[in-house]
Design a protein around this ligand. Structure first.
Ligand code: BGC
Length: 353
């Protein structure tokens, strides 16, 4: 199905704002913003398919958005140094308008650190894949984000699903680790010590009975734990703890071909996520399990509508069907096309090649 590849690239290009920001989903009012988390994977996918100019415009937009907020970063660094409590208004937002302004219309949980690590990782990948020197703006912004993460990573924050603010999340730490490693590889060698600390912390605190868990003190898994290996490489593909984690993800979250987020998810009833199915496929492909990866790809292709749009999730097997209708009434039909879903599909296509 070559069309879905082309459709994915086209949806992404069509929904990149003149500023360079990628909107999360054009048809879902609540997602009319750009998240660094989504956008970084989208930019990476665009690099993989040769759309370097698009990826470069996104990174330039992120850098500008960050550099406009250097005063806020300076203040929060001072507060951490003085041992003061970090308040919601002290932190960088997690999503921005397409013009790079804070999204202030609705209440939103903003203290999420994973997207910044993901951005550093994707910026370094852009440098490699586009084969170009990064602008001074991008490098300066990257260093500020490094300082920000260095100060804040031990604190509990909202996870990649924008939930559970009281916890320290394994996937968030993995993304931060990937971010520090990217900085080192970009020449900011002082962040090696931070990468080592985060990695040691994960291995000591985020493992229970030989497998990685959703957050410190948890006994359960989340499909976002895939990030430990791909792309952040906290542990190698064949790590025993990671293999046991994958077994648990397969047993408790893989439902009729699609992957759910975590066992008690209730968002739109907690269905199967396209981007997570692609993420699992990415892992299978890199592990040489090509048939399993191809099955993930086929499942995703079956979920596309006739226009080639991929949704955020599919309500086929729901964790708790009681929650489907309330979300539908609150926010409307499930977000589609979700650009992050298309990006992960492109990544899976690329590794399967
Ligand atoms: C997801 C986030 C995502 C955002 C925009 C939320 O529902 O939980 O991970 O960044 O949507 O796609």
């Amino acid at each position: 199905m070559n069309n879905l590849k082309q459709a994915s690239i086209q949806y992404i290009l069509n929904n990149q704002a003149p500023s360079g920001a990628y909107i999360a989903c054009p048809n879902f009012p609540t997602y009319h913003y750009s998240w660094f988390r989504d956008g970084s994977f989208i930019a990476y996918a665009m690099n993989l398919v040769g759309e370097h100019e698009s990826a470069g415009r996104f990174h330039a937009w992120v850098a500008d958005t960050i550099l406009k907020r250097v005063d806020l970063i300076r203040t929060v660094l001072e507060k951490v140094e003085d041992g003061l409590e970090i308040l919601p208004q002290d932190v960088l937002h997690t999503r921005y308008t397409l013009e790079g302004e804070d999204g202030v219309k609705e209440e939103w949980p903003n203290f999420q650190l994973d997207g910044f690590g993901t951005w550093l990782w994707a910026l370094h990948q852009h440098h490699i894949l586009a084969g170009e020197e990064l602008s001074q703006n991008c490098l300066d912004a990257a260093d500020w984000i490094g300082l920000y993460l260095r100060a804040l990573w031990p604190q509990p924050c909202y996870d990649s699903w924008e939930e559970f603010p009281q916890d320290v999340h394994t996937h968030t730490l993995a993304a931060i680790y990937g971010g520090f490693k990217a900085l080192v590889n970009l020449g900011f060698e002082s962040y090696q010590i931070d990468a080592d600390q985060v990695q040691a912390y994960i291995l000591e605190h985020c493992v229970y009975d030989g497998y990685f868990v959703k957050y410190v003190g948890s006994f359960t898994v989340d499909a976002n734990l895939l990030g430990l290996v791909l792309p952040y490489q906290v542990v190698p593909l064949n790590d025993d703890r990671f293999k046991k984690t994958i077994e648990r993800i397969e047993t408790s979250l893989l439902k009729e071909g699609g992957v759910q987020r975590y066992p008690t998810d209730t968002y739109y009833g907690g269905g199967e996520w396209v981007l997570l199915t692609a993420w699992l496929g990415w892992f299978y492909a890199e592990s040489g399990l090509v048939e399993k990866a191809a099955t993930c790809r086929q499942w995703i292709e079956t979920q596309a509508n006739p226009d080639g749009e991929l949704p955020e999730q599919v309500p086929l097997v729901l964790n708790d069907p009681n929650y489907y209708l309330p979300w539908l009434r609150q926010w409307g039909e499930i977000a589609s096309p979700l650009l992050w879903s298309h990006a992960k599909y492109l990544i899976l296509r690329h590794v399967l090649k």
